[in-house]
Design a protein. Structure first.
Length: 138
């Protein structure tokens, strides 16, 4: 397996609108995409472009959302995960499992419209890690 570029850093937030204001008004972000719901994952997301990656703002769509539990423990929000690209999601999943890492579920479509899976933080130096197949055309 070959690890690709850092695609984004996921940041959980109780309010995407408040986070957009922070990135725009305090940090000077000029390219902020429209928020959209991702019901299959129980979240609303919004991508903020930076010169070298993206920030994925993540707000829960309800109490069943995995982000809801994160915000119960971290009410102000915070870094939730990092996401790396790989050329082939199925090969990457087999590689991680072959190394004994706990893959959380099967590959599924993520916010970029490409297949993703997560690797448990205990197997990734304490960091929840999203693995994402490189979007076509990149």
């Amino acid at each position: 397996m070959k690890l690709g570029r850092l695609n984004h850093i996921g940041v959980a937030t109780p309010s995407i609108e408040a986070s957009i204001a922070l990135y725009r008004d305090v940090l000077g972000a000029t390219k902020i995409h429209d928020p959209f719901d991702l019901p299959a994952q129980g979240v609303k997301v919004c991508f903020v472009d930076t010169p070298n990656t993206q920030i994925e703002l993540i707000e829960p769509l309800g109490e069943a959302s995995p982000i809801h539990g994160f915000l119960v423990k971290n009410p102000a929000g915070g870094q939730h995960h990092v996401c790396y690209e790989v050329p082939d999601i199925h090969q990457a999943k087999a590689w991680f499992e072959g190394k004994g890492a706990k893959v959380l579920g099967e590959p599924r479509v993520g916010a970029h419209g490409t297949l993703i899976f997560f690797v448990h933080p205990k197997d990734m130096g304490g960091v929840l890690t999203e693995i994402m197949e490189t979007p076509k055309g990149h």
